[in-house]
Design a protein around this ligand. Structure first.
Ligand SMILES: [Zn+2]
Length: 120
């Protein structure tokens, strides 16, 4: 296994940064970024193949139709939940021309809770 990957961004070699300039004299080029695979973090990361967010998104935009055929989603997935609503007394402030006064109101808070799938 090589210790680097070339960035897969389709336009990586067109971005005008100093880090991409190679060659000498009148033979200079912008070259695709070489990504060193020097750490476990980089090898596990999506950025082992992309030098930055733009190159990643350019690649996804260009190849999205091919990528989704690898693991297509043809129907929605669902996660069982419980929804709890709690009411509480809250206050907002209102300026009456001289002072601020506390105006009470009933707030409703919605909490989404996970359900243990083994309980059915
Ligand atoms: Zn790149």
């Amino acid at each position: 296994m090589s210790d680097y990957n070339w960035c897969h961004g389709p336009e990586c070699h067109e971005q005008q940064t100093q880090s991409r300039v190679r060659g000498s004299g009148d033979n200079k080029v912008l070259r695709t970024i070489k990504i060193k695979q020097g750490s476990e973090w980089i090898r596990q990361s999506v950025f082992s193949h992309f030098c930055n967010q733009r190159c990643l998104m350019d690649y996804l935009k260009l190849h999205k139709d091919s990528i989704v055929t690898i693991a297509p989603r043809r129907e929605a997935l669902e996660t069982p939940i419980k929804v709890e609503k709690t009411k509480s007394q809250e206050y907002r402030m209102r300026y009456n021309g001289e002072n601020y006064e506390r105006i009470p109101y009933q707030a409703t808070r919605t909490i989404i809770k996970s359900v243990d799938n083994n309980d059915g």
